[in-house]
Design a protein around this ligand. Structure first.
Ligand code: SF4
Length: 321
């Protein structure tokens, strides 16, 4: 009863021209055809659920800004409007036709450098893909950030980085990634949307972007799944060995979890004991580590970024399908 009323009430959130027939940094795509279809407004209007989701996103983003400020970061220019397009470089081109505007979430000072800040609340699945694949799993955020960084106003301020600060909606666990401005990438995007505005109708091209695109039915006549990046082969003996190894791995962990507490209890305060033909030794090693809580108390949370280094680590994950 309440749910139905709330869904109906979401209509009040609908703005004229919502996401259709207009281009913003957030709806320009790496696929020029998708940008074109958005430009001509050839898309179903957002559902009531989607309207609620978008509204919820605004609240979550405000909270994320609060979290960052509580940690000691300086954030300015919240919701500042920036202009993107070739007209800034070529003043003779009419502004209204070839420019788009967008609003940045703000600018944040990190290690004495101002960066564009973008806050995104994400589902668990989405944030874990973002952790593992970086901007490969979030091409539209990459496009949006590159367009903001390409804005002449932003470039004039010498800003070359955007930080995407993400939060897991289920458990509030935060995560962030930095993206560096690429003039080549951003100029190509601007050229493609200007060509579209000037009448280019890009053809459909099957890429991995089609997998999550709302226009698959329009372009391909069906919801398509692109398996071009997946190699399918058969190695039954190898697979059987892997499954055996996995079984023993699980079994050995269960057995260890069962017997270890019993042996540790027998050891008590002693340095060593023998149990039949097993030897149980207390081994202590000396390690140093930084106490993050103490550091933050002494220097503030924002100072953590000045000593924090990150690197991408590639892992191979094997799972049963
Ligand atoms: S379905 Fe594929 S080709 Fe068509 S607009 Fe979407 S991403 Fe582009």
């Amino acid at each position: 009863m309440l749910a139905e009323a709330v869904l109906a009430g979401a209509e009040k959130l609908r703005r004229p021209g919502d996401q259709s027939g207009r281009l913003y940094p957030s709806n320009v795509s790496l696929c020029p055809r998708r940008t074109y279809l958005t430009w001509i407004g050839d898309r179903e209007p957002p559902s009531q659920e989607a309207l609620l989701r978008m509204n919820d996103g605004h609240y979550q983003e405000e909270e994320m800004i609060d979290d960052l400020e509580r940690a000691g970061f300086e954030i300015v220019d919240q919701q500042r409007r920036v202009t993107i397009g070739p007209s800034v470089e070529h003043p003779e081109v009419p502004l209204s036709r070839q420019q788009m505007t967008g609003r940045i979430d703000g600018k944040i000072l990190v290690n004495e450098e101002w960066c564009i800040l973008d806050c995104k609340a994400m589902s668990s699945r989405r944030i874990s893909e973002f952790r593992e694949q970086g901007f490969q799993s979030e091409p539209s955020i990459k496009v949006q950030m590159q367009l903001y960084l390409h804005s002449a106003e932003i470039r004039k301020e010498g800003i070359t980085k955007a930080i995407v600060y993400a939060k897991n909606k289920d458990n509030c666990r935060p995560f962030d990634r930095t993206i560096i401005y690429s003039e080549v990438f951003a100029s190509a995007l601007v050229k493609s949307f200007v060509d579209i505005i000037e009448g280019w109708k890009p053809p459909a091209e099957r890429t991995s972007l089609c997998l999550t695109c709302p226009y698959t039915l329009k372009c391909w006549g069906a919801h398509s799944i692109d398996f071009s990046g997946v190699k399918v082969i058969s190695l039954p003996e190898v697979v059987a060995k892997w499954k055996r190894a996995k079984f023993h791995q699980v079994l050995s962990k269960e057995l260890m979890d069962e017997v270890r507490p019993l042996l540790v209890a027998e050891l008590g305060d002693r340095k060593a004991i023998t149990v039949d033909d097993l030897k149980i030794l207390r081994v202590s090693s000396h390690r140093g580590e930084m106490d993050k809580i103490l550091f933050v108390k002494k220097y503030g949370a924002a100072a953590l970024t000045s000593i924090w280094t990150e690197k991408d680590v590639e892992q191979i994950r094997i799972t049963e399908v």
